[in-house]
Write a protein that binds this ligand. Structure first.
Ligand code: S3P
Length: 421
C-alpha cells in the first residue's frame, strides 16, 4: 500500500492508542503458563501480537478474544511444525526463553527481516543455562532441566532479559540478569503481579522456579511508543492539541516524553490508575517553544529505542545540530533504521548525516514532500508519515501497510486528527 500524507495546518482531537505491544505479548505468553484463564482486555490487534497468539495456539493454548486459557507452567505441548513469529522479534526471543526449558524441541521462524535478525543474543545465555539452543534457524529445547545463571547482557535488550527470566521460571536455583543500562521492565512487573518469585537486586533482577502463576485480569494500557508519533506531530505543528487517553506510563518507557519536554515541547501527563503493576494515565501535547537540539550519548538510546526514528524526524525541525548517538541497535531492528531514516529524510530535504550508531541532524529544515520507502518497517513508515505532516506538499510512503505491525488504524487516526481542524 502507498500512503499519501499532506502537510497539515494543525492536528486536534482525543485518541486512544492500540494496546501496548510489549505488555500484550507478555500477557499472552505468561497467561498461557498460568493456572487458569486470564482475562486480557485491550490487547494490541497488531500483526506482531497476532503472531504470538498464533504460536501459542500451535503450542496447544486456547487464545480467544480477550481470554487465554492457561495450561500451567508445564502444560505446553510440542507444535506440529516450525512456529511462525512473522515480523516479531519479541515473539521469537520471549518464546525462545520459555521453549528452551521444555522437554521437546521447537523451531522458531519468521519473515525474511526476522530471520536475519541476531538471535545469538538469546541462544548464548540459554545454552549457559543448560538448554539445547542453536541458530540459524532458531531451535531450542528438548534437553533436561535448566539451571540458573547470573547473566550480564552485552547489549541492552528487554527481549534478551525477558528470555532469560522466562527460562529462569523453569530453572533450578536463582536466575539473575544484571543490566548496565536499564531496559523496559514489563516482564518483571507482570510476573510479580502473577505471584512469581521475582526480586530486584541492585541493577539486576532475580527470578526463581515458579510452581504456579496466578491468572491475569488485565486491561492493557495504550502504547506509549505509538503515542510518540502524535507527540512529535502535535508539538511541532503550531495550533495543535492532542489528548491521548489510557496510555501506559511505565517509567522505563517515558524517557522520550521527558526528552521532548527538555527540548521545549509542551507535553502534560497525569496518572489515573494501575494495571498489573503498570501505571496508566493520559498525555496531552500542545505546541512547543524555545526549541533546543537533542544530544543523545551512549546509554541514552536504550530507554527510547523505538522512538528514535520519529526523534530523527523531530530533530529536522530543531534549531542547531542534534546528535543521536549510541543507537547502533537500530541497525538490527525490523530494518536498518539508521539508513532507512537517512534515505527518506534526505529525499525530503533534511540536512542529515549517518553515523555508525545514529545521526547528526542540522535544523530547522523546510521539509518537502517526497516519495519515501518504509523498508517494511512499521516505525519507519509512521515516522515518515509524521515527516509528511510537517512537510510542504505531498509525501508518498511506499509499503505503508506495515504500520499494522504495531498500530492498526494509524492512517485513519492521522486523518481524524487532521480532519477535526
Ligand atoms: C521490546 C524490546 C525492545 C523494543 C521492541 C519491544 C520488548 O527490543 O525495541 O519493540 O517488548 O521487550 P530489544 O529488546 O531488542 O531492545
Amino acid at each position: 500500500m502507498i500512503a499519501t500524507v499532506r502537510g497539515a495546518r494543525k492536528l486536534r482531537g482525543e485518541v486512544r492508542l492500540p494496546g501496548d505491544k510489549s505488555i500484550s505479548h507478555r500477557a499472552l505468553i505468561l497467561g498461557a503458563l498460568a493456572d487458569g484463564t486470564s482475562s486480557v482486555r485491550g490487547l494490541s490487534q497488531g500483526a506482531d501480537v497476532r503472531s504470538t497468539a498464533a504460536c501459542l495456539r500451535a503450542l496447544g493454548v486456547e487464545v480467544d478474544q480477550g481470554t487465554v486459557a492457561g495450561r500451567g507452567v508445564s502444560g505446553l505441548r510440542q507444535a506440529g511444525g516450525p512456529l511462525d513469529c512473522g515480523n516479531s522479534g519479541t515473539t521469537m526471543r520471549l518464546l525462545a526463553g520459555v521453549l528452551a526449558a521444555q522437554d521437546f524441541t521447537s523451531e522458531l521462524t519468521g519473515d525474511s527481516s526476522l530471520r536475519n535478525r541476531p538471535m545469538d543474543r538469546v541462544v548464548e545465555p540459554l545454552k549457559a543455562m543448560g538448554a539445547d539452543a542453536s541458530w540459524p534457524p532458531l531451535r531450542v529445547g528438548g534437553r533436561g532441566p535448566l539451571h540458573g545463571i547470573e547473566y550480564r547482557p552485552q547489549v541492552p535488550s528487554a527481549q534478551v532479559k525477558s528470555a532469560v527470566l522466562l527460562a529462569g521460571l523453569f530453572a533450578d536455583g536463582i536466575t539473575e540478569v544484571v543490566e548496565s543500562i536499564a531496559t523496559r521492565d514489563h516482564t518483571e512487573r507482570m510476573l510479580r503481579a502473577m505471584g512469581a518469585p521475582v526480586t530486584p537486586k541492585g541493577n539486576g533482577v532475580r527470578v526463581e522456579r515458579a510452581a504456579r502463576l496466578r491468572p491475569l485480569a488485565l486491561a492493557i494500557p495504550g502504547d506509549l511508543s505509538a503515542a510518540s508519533f502524535w507527540l512529535v506531530a502535535g508539538g511541532l505543528i503550531a495550533g495543535s492539541r492532542i489528548r491521548i487517553r489510557d496510555v501506559g506510563l511505565n517509567p522505563t518507557r517515558t524517557a522520550f516524553v521527558e526528552l521532548l519536554r527538555r527540548t521545549g515541547f509542551g507535553v502534560a501527563a497525569g496518572a489515573t490508575s494501575e494495571a498489573a503493576g503498570e501505571p496508566v494515565g493520559w498525555l496531552e501535547v500542545a505546541g512547543a517553544s524555545d526549541l533546543a537540539p537533542v544530544n543523545l550519548i551512549a546509554g541514552d538510546a536504550a530507554a527510547m529505542i523505538d522512538e528514535l526514528p520519529v526523534l530523527a524526524v523531530a530533530a529536522t525541525q530543531l534549531p542547531g545540530t542534534s546528535r543521536i548517538e549510541g543507537a547502533r541497535e537500530l541497525r538490527v531492528k525490523e530494518s536498518d533504521r539508521i539508513e532507512a531514516m537517512t534515505e527518506g529524510l534526505e529525499a525530503m530535504g533534511a540536512d542529515i548525516t549517518t553515523l555508525d550508531d545514529g545521526w547528526e541532524i542540522r535544523g530547522p529544515s523546510r521539509l518537502e514532500g517526497a516519495r519515501v520507502l518504509s523498508h517494511g518497517d512499521h516505525r519507519v513508515a509512521m515516522a515518515f508519515a509524521v515527516a509528511g505532516l510537517l512537510a510542504r506538499g505531498e509525501t508518498t510512503i511506499e509499503g505503508a501497510e506495515c504500520a499494522d505491525i504495531s498500530f492498526p488504524g494509524f492512517f485513519d487516526q492521522l486523518d481524524s486528527l487532521t480532519a477535526a481542524c
